[in-house]
Ligand binder design. Structure first.
Ligand SMILES: [Zn+2]
Length: 179
């Protein structure tokens, strides 16, 4: 597997991503790629990396948009609102950057992308409608994106224990009992 490790490091350098904190999902995807199509070039890898990040961003945006619209009864759209801005420029920074409001993500990791989309939609709802979304029903305060056991979640910072996990950002994901 020495060849794989060399290839992987070279590819990660090409997309400006450090290997040491690479999410397992991305690492697994890279091993599958290597097994299926071998040591492809940096250029080809950048294309695959970017298209994977973009398609995940579209899907994650849809998930967050649907739950935000259902809960706020407001449309997450509008002419002045360009919600996703793609950037590919290996000369100046990470490859395959997806921007939403002031947030950006450039790694094809589902939970990281979902968390970024959630922060972007939250920012849009605040700036466009002046509404705090989402809120904790118990404490009536705004929630913050966080990560819990590798899942992107909405956290509340209130309460006796100094905060609690309210729900997964993806409504289809069930958190374990006792959260
Ligand atoms: Zn709370």
């Amino acid at each position: 597997m020495a060849n794989f490790a060399d290839w992987r490091d070279r590819m990660l350098r090409a997309v400006w991503r450090q290997g040491d904190d690479l999410p397992e999902e991305v690492s697994d995807w890279m091993s599958e790629l290597y097994e299926e199509i071998g040591a492809i070039s940096e250029e080809n890898f950048c294309e695959l990396w970017t298209s994977r990040t973009f398609s995940m961003a579209r899907a994650a945006f849809q998930v967050v948009k649907d739950s935000a619209e259902e809960e706020t009864r407001k449309k997450i759209t509008g002419e002045e609102y360009c919600y996703i801005d793609y950037m590919i420029d290996p000369e100046t920074g990470p490859v395959g950057v997806v921007r939403i409001k002031s947030e950006e993500v450039s790694t094809p990791d589902w939970e990281e992308i979902l968390g970024t989309m959630a922060e972007g939609v939250q920012e849009f709802i605040m700036s466009h409608y002046r509404i705090v979304w989402p809120i904790c029903e118990t404490h009536r305060s705004g929630l913050h994106v966080g990560y819990f056991h590798g899942l992107s979640v909405w956290n509340c910072r209130e309460g006796a224990t100094g905060g609690h996990v309210v729900k997964a950002i993806n409504p289809a994901t069930c958190l374990q009992e006792g959260v």
